[in-house]
Ligand binder design. Structure first.
Ligand SMILES: NC(=O)c1ccc[n+]([C@@H]2O[C@H](COP(=O)([O-])OP(=O)(O)OC[C@H]3O[C@@H](n4cnc5c(N)ncnc54)[C@H](O)[C@@H]3O)[C@@H](O)[C@H]2O)c1
Ligand SMILES: [Zn+2]
Length: 378
């Protein structure tokens, strides 16, 4: 299907910009719909002009939730990749209607068009998130593989950071989270991502449109928003390192995430677009390796050769999970996917890019202040 037309919502964002370049380099034409959200792009949008200058990329500035131009955007295209979303987990906890409008309703409008219009779209891909799992998967030596309940405020207040077995309340061992793990969203953002998945599964399933749902882990790399204080721990830390500020680490620092390089995520999206075998599956996309927040902060200080130090604060945010890393066996066997860029090499590439960017204001203290005032951070 190379040389086909791929429509990308949210295509001027972090992952979208990389995806568009990759698709162009393989001969696809690309149509983008993006509203250039000021939280991501600033009030005077600073987007990569090279995308707009490429005659194979057609950009429509429009808000998915209200535009009447979905038909013009999608008509005659071969594939759709749906990336447009609000993405701040903590922010979603107090902008509930807005997150629902953009993420759930925006997706619903796309589905409405797809099931009601005559069109040529042969594959749709949704960017979902590991956040739909809530806590990752664990093994209890008595009860077997379990998904723990969200940690209670009482447990967090007492510094009992590790989740306990929902069956016997015993200790747990972290394991890779497979796609069959029961969804248990712990934030409004996660609930809207799960809603997006359900809309895709039901609408595309019932109308016979081949689809793929990809649950990204923590994506990082060149081009991620340095401005948005609500997302991207590596962006937030990199600004503080450049300013010589302390890196505050929540809980005891041993909470972990699966950091996956943006180039690997783009590869997973393209493989799923192209694989004939992907017709209605859900896949994890990650590196398959957990890294503690304290370790990633220390590695980042090293690659920047910064003077900052880490400080484990014991503070915590409601809605944060303790651990999650991806089981990527299903994606590997369906598409041959293999992550290529390890964390050390990826962080070095990220740091080189960050150093070439203007130094943003440090928005972390202010963002945390808002969370404290709303009782969402202690
Ligand atoms: N970056 C990650 O770590 C990560 C992890 C898991 C899932 N995801 C998912 O991947 C997708 C892309 O993430 P990203 O990191 O590139 O985010 P991003 O914020 O950089 O890009 C999102 C783009 O969507 C646009 N947008 C927002 N609201 C819109 C609307 N109403 N109409 C049209 N466009 C709109 C924004 O202007 C932005 O350009 C999202 O769906 C996100 O939930 C990202
Ligand atoms: Zn148990």
């Amino acid at each position: 299907m190379s040389n086909g037309i791929v429509c990308v919502t949210g295509g001027l964002g972090f992952i979208g910009s990389h995806l568009i370049r990759d698709l162009r380099s393989r001969g696809y034409s690309v149509r983008v719909m993006d509203n250039l959200s000021p939280q991501i792009h600033g009030h005077l949008p600073a987007v990569d002009g090279s995308l707009a200058l490429d005659s194979g990329v057609q950009v429509t500035r429009a808000d998915l939730t209200v535009t009447s131009g979905l038909g013009d955007f999608l008509q005659g295209a071969d594939c759709l990749v749906h990336l447009a979303s609000e993405t701040g987990t903590a922010q979603s906890m107090y902008e509930i209607a807005h997150y629902n409008a953009v993420n759930s309703q925006g997706t619903a409008r796309l589905m409405d068009w797809l099931v009601n219009a005559r069109h040529s779209i042969k594959k749709v891909i949704l960017a979902s998130s590991r956040s739909i799992y809530g806590e990752g998967a664990y093994r209890c030596w008595t009860c077997g593989v379990v998904t723990p309940l969200p940690r209670t405020t009482g447990a967090l207040a007492a510094g009992r950071w590790e989740p306990e077995c929902p069956g016997c309340l015993g200790p747990l061992q972290l394991i890779a989270t497979p796609e069959q793990s029961s969804p248990a969203p712990a934030s409004i953002y996660a609930a809207t991502k799960l809603a997006q998945e359900d809309l895709f599964r039901i609408a595309c399933g019932s109308s016979g449109i081949p689809f793929g749902i990809l649950r990204f882990q923590n994506v990082y790399g060149e081009g991620q928003s340095l401005r948005n204080p609500y997302t991207g721990i590596l962006s937030i830390f990199s600004t503080r390192i450049r300013r010589g500020l302390v890196l505050p680490i929540f809980e005891d620092g041993l909470e972990s995430r699966d950091f996956v390089f943006v180039g690997d995520v783009v590869k997973a999206v393209r493989l799923c677009l192209e694989a004939q075998t992907v017709v209605g599956q859900t896949f994890n996309v990650g590196s398959g390796i957990p890294t503690s927040v304290l370790d990633v902060a220390t590695m980042l200080i090293q690659v920047f050769k910064g003077r900052s130090v880490t400080e484990v604060t014991g503070q915590y945010r409601l809605g944060d999970i303790r651990h999650c890393y991806a089981d990527i066996a299903a994606l590997r066997s369906a598409t041959g996917f293999e992550p290529e860029v390890g964390l050390e090499a990826g962080l070095a590439r990220f740091a080189t890019w960050v150093a070439s960017q203007p130094l943003p204001e440090d928005g972390l203290d202010q963002a945390n202040q808002v969370l404290m005032e709303k009782g969402l951070m202690k």
